[in-house]
Ligand binder design. Sequence first.
Ligand code: ADP
Ligand code: C5P
Length: 243
Amino acid sequence: LNQSHNNNNNVASNPRVQPKQPFFIGVAGGTASGKTTVCNMIISQLRDQRVVLVNQDSFYHSLNAEKLKRVHEYNFDHPEAFDTEHMLSCMEQIKRGQAVTIPNYDFKTHQSIEPACKVNPSDIIILEGILVLHDPRVRDLMNMKIFVDTDSDVRLSRRIQRDTVERGRNIENVLDQYARFVKPSFEEFILPSKKYADIIIPRGGDNDVAIDLMYNIFIQSLASMNSIRGMHTLIRDAKTTKH
Ligand code: ADP
Ligand code: C5P
């Protein structure tokens, strides 16, 4: 992380050094499809690169007292549940190679809590969440778009397990929320965003072959991005010399 600060200082003091633009990957998919698991499996293989994982959940709107009283009527799976403008501006900054502060969301209180999380410049940025492929402006920032495709019954059983253990819910609430909001919004907003994906990963974290393929694709894409940048630098330097 200190290394990235040094790089930025070099860029500021020497305008001829181009800042390296990070490689930006979006990972979407239904609730409990294994998005986080897939991202962590890929990250554990990327040893020589600086990687940051940003979760769309961080950008949930905090609920006020009025909405908290009727939390069981709130649709957390609707695009408007997220502060997409804030997410977009944070992702634009990270893509420009700047450090940003990402809110810290608490699923138990349905609010952003302190401390927020500082994200330093990185080589690879992964933005993960149910609706990261929904907004065209966010999609346009991405170099690669992935959709994790896991059966709904598998997802529901994992969600029951996770939400009762980690997110302070009871089974009745989870099932009620799933039937009223999670499943209808999946069908209305999340599933249609699959068509924007470059790569679809069936069975999430169980799919070792897909994880290995993803790793190889990232490495190749990063290498070609860097060599294209290197070529631009050469062309620009040649022009400078001619003048
Ligand atoms: P998402 O980020 O899509 O919500 P997660 O990766 O957090 O999904 O997985 C949701 C839950 O399912 C977690 O509790 C996780 O431990 C579990 N899980 C994910 N993938 C698998 C798998 N392949 N086998 C068993 N459990 C899994
Ligand atoms: O990790 P995952 O992708 O499952 O997180 C998204 C899910 O979190 C959504 O399906 C939404 O229903 C749920 N959620 C919730 N309570 C909140 C915020 C999100 O149950 N306060």
